[in-house]
Design a protein around this ligand. Sequence first.
Ligand code: NAD
Ligand code: TYD
Length: 337
Amino acid sequence: MKLLVTGGAGFIGSNFIRYILNKYPDYQIINLDKLTYAGNLENLKDFEYHPNYKFVRGDILNSELLEHIAADCDIIVHFAAESHVDRSVLGADDFIRTNVLGTQVLLETARKLGNKRFHHISTDEVFGSLPLEDSDKAFIEETPYEPRSPYSASKAASDHLVRAYFHTYGLPITISNCSNNYGQYMFPEKMIPLFITNLLQGEKVPLYGDGKNVRDWIHVDDHCSAVDAVIHRGKIGETYVVGARCEKSNIELTKMILSCMGFGDEMIEYVKDRPGHDRRYAIKPYKIQAELGWRPQIDFDSGIRSMIDWYMNNQEWWRRIKSGDYKDYYDLWYKKR
Ligand code: NAD
Ligand code: TYD
């Protein structure tokens, strides 16, 4: 099988490529990535010379390039996106460009090339915000869309386009909407790696608002195995919500990271809340469990510990990121807001 993976130099895409090439050594992968601030070839350094792996630097909006590299692929697995909510608050242009227009260009290419199989990676954030009070409530495949940030609105638009191509042109698509990922190679602008790396630098961790917002966490390797299940056994035209049923409030998670790393609550700095901050996300992944037999394998305690170890052992990787352009964004978002 030959896969065209978009956004494979980012956090989840690079973990997915490693997962697939380890599990299916005879599969071939083309990784198409623009290498934005979030794309990093270091993430796949160990696969640079793998005979079945090829990297192509390019934009998903470049239809000519897409037609050329996707022509002999069996499936397009689409991870490429602008992925950080806070950046979408600062400016939504790139989010609309890549997440909405880019997805449409890819879909159109898949259609022109004789209706290629297409899997779209999406997020549970398209469903909006759940109340804290009703802890039984969680997102399922039928939950109506109610995105509330420019990021989630752009992902919702892309999901709708993917479904439209299925209904209108019969494009053989599947969609997965996953909850918050964590794990190795996660860009240190997102909460967990930001907090771990700040602590390793002796800096405080900036907790938004009252710290009571809840996220439903899944290890990136479990997300990869879910995508593996959907691309091989998923039903065409269907959506699968993916999560590991691991809800944590931000304050609970922060205290867990602090304690694992030997720090106390004095390292927490309560900062101004994110505008429109969704209160709670939660997923009931019953359909993917029942229909595809998928189960998450990594419990949160050991997953977080091994993630902390990874950041301790790979300081060059994240220190290079944190001392580059990222500093400008950090100052703009945390200091000048
Ligand atoms: P990321 O920001 O780490 O990586 C995105 C990658 O896409 C980068 O390598 C970047 O260079 C590339 N890219 C961006 N614009 C591009 C363009 N126009 N053309 C080609 N490449 C481009 O993101 P991530 O966290 O790995 O997320 C991957 C996907 O998973 C996204 O679609 C995101 O919406 C989705 N998702 C993420 C999470 C999460 O917790 N991070 C959860 C659920 C779903
Ligand atoms: P994030 O990692 O940005 O993921 P998302 O917004 O897509 O869920 O944030 C996870 C949670 O952590 C979210 O409730 C916002 C919060 N957060 C902080 O409290 N401080 C921070 O510096 C960041 C980046 C996030």
